[in-house]
Design a protein around this ligand. Sequence first.
Ligand SMILES: [Zn+2]
Length: 425
Amino acid sequence: MLDTNVLDERLTALEGDLVELTQALVRIDTVNPYSGDRKAPGESKGQKYIEKYFKKMGATKIEVFEPKEGIYDRMGVRGPKERRFAGRPNVVARFKFKRPGPKFLFNGHMDTVGAEGMTIDPWSGELKNGRIWGRGSADQKGLLAAAVIAAKALLGFKDELCGELIVMSVVDEECNGAGAGTLACVERGIRADAGLLTDGFDYKLCREANGLITPEVFVQGESGHCCSPQDAVSAIDKTILVKMGIDRFIRARAKKHPTLPVNLGVMRSGVLPGTVPNDGYLALNVEYALEEADAAKPNGESVKQQLVAAIREEIEASGDAWLKEHPPRVELLKDFPPFSVPDKSRVVQDALAAAKEVVGPEVGFQRFIPTCDGGHLYLRGKIPMVFFGTAELAQCHTPHESVAVNDLMAALRVYARVAARQLAR
Ligand SMILES: [Zn+2]
């Protein structure tokens, strides 16, 4: 096995490279086109940069490919239908060692949430007080960079390692997508014996994730002129009643699953003061537990049915004749199924050993917030995955985002150790 003291020396020497790569990536605007920002160029410039970086490192093979239209339907995944991927390629690099052996992969995403309204310069990439500042520094360019630098370090151990190391820089993880970038890697047939998702935070080590559904609720009214509202049905009034049904659902969930959050994030109705509103719309995020999903085909259907039932009960209780006749339509915009990678998987054991060495003996596995990318690799790609990231969740998506270089170095140490254990000959 690779001597960890020698490895650590090599990693310490690469701290400058890690900082520089993180800074370079933060300085390139890769805001997801579906962020809501008026100007959102997407990932392409960042992906070009990382492709060149992989080339310089001596990658055996680099694949650059966009997710293909209709990917969610083909892969049987519930995701937003309007997403377009032209000009938004994934970049996947392979580094082959001389001797044949297992394959291990790192996955991270290039896109970021929007940068409008930030209180610092989103693209400065400035290094100040031991932190790198700017949009994407914490979520998750610093950790993507740590995976790249881990690969760079391991390439120096040609005699001690075997097999193949794969680094995926994917698109469209953020902004209400459903992981089309990673899903496209799976669709292309890219596989490994195990992998590590770098999009994590707070030093959490995970092998299990909760599920998440995003139900959309469509409420029907009947529009009319403002001078004769009595001849119309206000969708605003009906939407408020339906919202009370959602509250009923939230109360029931809180009682039964107090640790699983529900967030009603959107409620809208009406267009003009001169028109009685015709329809209403609500959308919420609901986390659900592994235990709530059908083991054979894990999905959030039963949780959606709880919501439908709660709205129906509220309508019954109110005696609203219109809604009884025109019940709201509930559809799932997204469903990230929950999953659990078996405890006995080698990568789970290797990651635990690596994290204990770097972080401390107190480290153990925790359940992760829902993740689409990790879930796709495990559930669709059948790749045993672990998740580890060190950026602070309290920094992600904030107007003053930054990441501590020390935290990135800790991630680098864990990533390199896990891959070294997996690829030891
Ligand atoms: Zn992320």
